[in-house]
Design a protein around this ligand. Structure first.
Ligand SMILES: Cc1cc2nc3c(=O)[nH]c(=O)nc-3n(C[C@H](O)[C@H](O)[C@H](O)COP(=O)(O)OP(=O)(O)OC[C@H]3O[C@@H](n4cnc5c(N)ncnc54)[C@H](O)[C@@H]3O)c2cc1C
Length: 416
C-alpha cells in the first residue's frame, strides 16, 4: 500500500487537532485526511487551495518539524503522521488539473508589488473576489524566494509555472522586470487608478560583516549567489560560508551539487545555537558540508579568512559571555567566501514616495495588525513587515490583509 495512504489511515482525525492549531494557516488536517481516504481528491485540493493558495509549495518546504508534524499527538510516543506528504499529493494534483474560473469583475484595481508568497497569495484571494489585480516584480518570473532563493532540489520551480497558469485563468496580470521605486513610484500607481497598493517585497538586502576584505572578488552574499548559482563558475575548490542559518545551508548544499568544491561553514557560536532548521543542518552534513563552531571571522583575504577562536567566560552570576581569543587567530584557506548572516529590507519604495510610509528601527515597513501602513491605501505583509520568516507565515499574514483591503476599498466607495 502507498505510504501516503498509510499516513492518512494512521491519522487519528483528532477532534482537537494540535497539528491544525500549530499550522499558521490552520489547515484542516483531519478533514483533509478523511476526504483523501474517501477519494474526494478534487474537493480536498480545492479546500487546501482556498485556505492556502501555496499549499503545494508549503507541503514541500514548510518547517513541518515545528508545525503540523511536530505537533502530531502520535509523535509523543512514536512516529508522527506526515500530513505534508498527503498534502503534497493532493495539492500538486489540484494545481495540475484545476481550471479556475474568473470571477465577475467589481471594477476595482489593486496593485501588488512583489510576486513572492505574500504578493501571490493576495493576488489570488483578491482576484477570486472580482478585483482587477496587477502583480509587479523586479524579477523576470513569479515566486520571490521560492524561485530565486530556495534551490531546485528542494522545490521544483515547475510548481510555480503551474501556479502562474492558474493565476492567468483568474485574470491576474503579471508585469515582470519592473522595479518599483526609482522609476515608477507608488504615486504613479495611484495616479493610474489603483484603489489600493500592497507591498510584499521581502528582505533582499544582505547584512554585512563590516570587516576588511568584504569587497574582494572572491566574496559573495549567499542571497545573491542563490538567485542564480550558475553564474558563479569560479568558486574554486574550497568555499567557506560564514553564518549557519537556512540560507547558509541552502548555499552550501547548492555548491556541493554544482561543483567539486569542499564546503566549510564557519559559525561564531555552538551547534545548539545554529539557526537553520535541524533537518536542514543534518541534511547539509549528509551532503558534505563541514560545520566549524566558535570561530569569529575578522578578516577576508584573497586566499582565505582570518578567524579568532571564541571562548566562553562564565560570569559570577552564572551568565556566559563570549570573547575572541585574538592571540590565537589563524587562517583558514578558502578560494571563495560566502556571507550568510541574514537580510534586511531594501528601501527603494519608501524612499521614493511623496507621502511617508513609516518603517521600524530595523528598516521593515511599519503596519497595523491588519497590514495598513501609515499611507492610506497602502498595505504590506510578508518578510518586509515581519523580517525573515517562513512562506506559510507570509501566507497567513497576507490572508488577514486581503480582508482589510477588501473592506477599505468597499468602504471608500460607499459599498459597505
Ligand atoms: C535561501 C532561503 C531559503 C528559505 N527556505 C525556506 C523554507 O525552506 N521554508 C520556508 O517556509 N521559508 C523559507 N525561507 C523564507 C521564505 O522564503 C520567506 O519567508 C518568504 O519568501 C517571504 O515571502 P515574501 O512574499 O514576503 O517575500 P519574497 O519571497 O522575498 O518576495 C518578494 C518579491 O518582491 C520583489 N521585489 C522586491 N523589491 C521590489 C521592488 N521595489 N519592485 C518590484 N518588485 C520587488 C522581489 O523580486 C521578490 O520577487 C527561505 C528564505 C531564503 C532566503
Amino acid at each position: 500500500m502507498s505510504d501516503i495512504i498509510i499516513e492518512a489511515q494512521r491519522c487519528l482525525k483528532c477532534k482537537k487537532p494540535f497539528c491544525k492549531e500549530a499550522c499558521p494557516v490552520k489547515t484542516d488536517i483531519p478533514i483533509i485526511m478523511q476526504m483523501f481516504l474517501d477519494g474526494q481528491m478534487d474537493e480536498a485540493g480545492e479546500k487546501l487551495f482556498e485556505n492556502n493558495p501555496l499549499s503545494a509549495l508549503c507541503s514541500l518546504i514548510c518547517p513541518h518539524e515545528k508545525n503540523c508534524m511536530g505537533n502530531c499527538i502520535l509523535g509523543r510516543k512514536g512516529a508522527p503522521v506526515k500530513f505534508h506528504e498527503v498534502e503534497n499529493y493532493i495539492s500538486t494534483f489540484y494545481l495540475e488539473k484545476a481550471r479556475l474560473e474568473k470571477a465577475p469583475t467589481n471594477g476595482f484595481r489593486v496593485g501588488i508589488i512583489g510576486a513572492g508568497p505574500a504578493g501571490l497569495t493576495l493576488a489570488i484571494i483578491l482576484a477570486k473576489k472580482g478585483y482587477k489585480v496587477t502583480v509587479i516584480d523586479s524579477k523576470d518570473k513569479i515566486g520571490g524566494v521560492l524561485r530565486y532563493g530556495i534551490p531546485e532540489f528542494r522545490l521544483p520551480k515547475s510548481l510555480l509555472d503551474k501556479l502562474l497558469l492558474r493565476m492567468s485563468e483568474l485574470g491576474i496580470q503579471f508585469r515582470p522586470n519592473t522595479l518599483i521605486g526609482p522609476t515608477i513610484t507608488i504615486d504613479d500607481m495611484f495616479r493610474d487608478g489603483y484603489e489600493a497598493i500592497f507591498i510584499g517585497t521581502g528582505v533582499w538586502n544582505p547584512n554585512r560583516l563590516r570587516i576588511p576584505g568584504e569587497t574582494l572578488g572572491n566574496v559573495h552574499f549567499a542571497i545573491d549567489y542563490l538567485k542564480n548559482p550558475d553564474s558563479y563558475t569560479n568558486l574554486g575548490e574550497r568555499v567557506v560560508i560564514i553564518g549557519a542559518g537556512n540560507v547558509a545551508m541552502d548555499a552550501g548544499r547548492t555548491i556541493l551539487r554544482k561543483s567539486n568544491a569542499k564546503v566549510d561553514v564557519i559559525f561564531f557560536r555552538g551547534r545548539e545555537e545554529v539557526t537553520a532548521l535541524k533537518e536542514e543542518l543534518l541534511l547539509a552534513e549528509v551532503d558534505g558540508v563541514k560545520m566549524n563552531y566558535y570561530l569569529n571571522t575578522v578578516k577576508i583575504e584573497e586566499d582565505g579568512i582570518i578567524v579568532e577562536p571564541v571562548v566562553q567566560i562564565q560570569n559570577e552570576d552564572g551568565t556566559i559571555d563570549y570573547k575572541n581569543d585574538s592571540e590565537n587567530a589563524y587562517k583558514i584557506p578558502a578560494s571563495s567566501v560566502i556571507i550568510a548572516i541574514g537580510q534586511g529590507a531594501l528601501t527603494n519604495i519608501v524612499k521614493n514616495t511623496k507621502e511617508q510610509i513609516n518603517t521600524t528601527n530595523k528598516g521593515l515597513i511599519a503596519t497595523t495588525s491588519g497590514g495598513a501602513t501609515t499611507r492610506p491605501g497602502v498595505y504590506a505583509a510578508g518578510d518586509v513587515v515581519s523580517g525573515a520568516k517562513t512562506v506559510v507565515e507570509a501566507v497567513a499574514a497576507t490572508k488577514q490583509v486581503a480582508d482589510e483591503i477588501d473592506r477599505y476599498i468597499k468602504t471608500k466607495n460607499g459599498l459597505i
